[in-house]
Design a protein around this ligand. Sequence first.
Ligand SMILES: Nc1ncnc2c1ncn2[C@@H]1O[C@H](COP(=O)(O)OP(=O)(O)OP(=O)(O)O)[C@@H](O)[C@H]1O
Ligand SMILES: [Mg+2]
Length: 229
Amino acid sequence: MSAKSPPFLLEAQKITKAFYHPKTVHILKDISLQIQAAESVAIVGRSGEGKSTLLQILGTLEDPCEGSLYIEGEKINSSNRTRMRNEKIGFVFQSFHLLEDYTALENVLMPARIARKSIGEGSQAKQRGLALLDQVGLADRAHFHTKLLSGGEKQRVALARAMCNDPCLILADEPSGNLDSHTALIIHDILLNFAKHEKKALLLVTHDRELAQLCSRRYELRNGILIEA
Ligand SMILES: Nc1ncnc2c1ncn2[C@@H]1O[C@H](COP(=O)(O)OP(=O)(O)OP(=O)(O)O)[C@@H](O)[C@H]1O
Ligand SMILES: [Mg+2]
């Protein structure tokens, strides 16, 4: 890369992953991937191919067996991992991982709380949290405990939470898997605009061919490698 080029927002080099219990399975065999600002990348693939595992590794939540990961050009290691994750990455998990006894707004503000930002009345973070809930169509559910929300509503809270700290990278695992087609379109717009207009990077796993088509690039994860699709 020339000195002038900005670093990739996400770069993975030769990632491998195997699980050894209850029996050995080699899930990821050789994964290299680079994503620049304003790019959106979709990963498709059959159930069980390792898409969620890959996202967890790219999001620094799980260690690869081998390979390296760089976020905005900085190599991830054990001493910068937590800071990088909090500052740079927003997640939308396949199973949401919301705190059910907290309200939608409290969940959305969790990354800000972890980053020790002020989240009190009138704080910038709280304003942003409310605006994000409004953006995903949940302004009137802000003060509901998330256990009272529907599956699709939870998914949208998870998306708002992913954007809370204004990360440079969003990793989204089937972000519209539980939504009706109208709400799914709204969520796709939010995700794609996040990448395109805010010059961030979006990597999503989806079974939705239409959503995959809207992304700048597509890969299929098959037999442990990424194939351009
Ligand atoms: N901690 C673990 N220990 C052992 N095996 C695991 C572990 N985590 C995942 N696996 C296995 O790795 C494979 C890939 O799982 P993963 O959840 O990444 O698939 P996926 O592509 O996201 O599937 P889906 O489309 O159903 O969500 C599965 O066969 C799963 O059983
Ligand atoms: Mg999965």
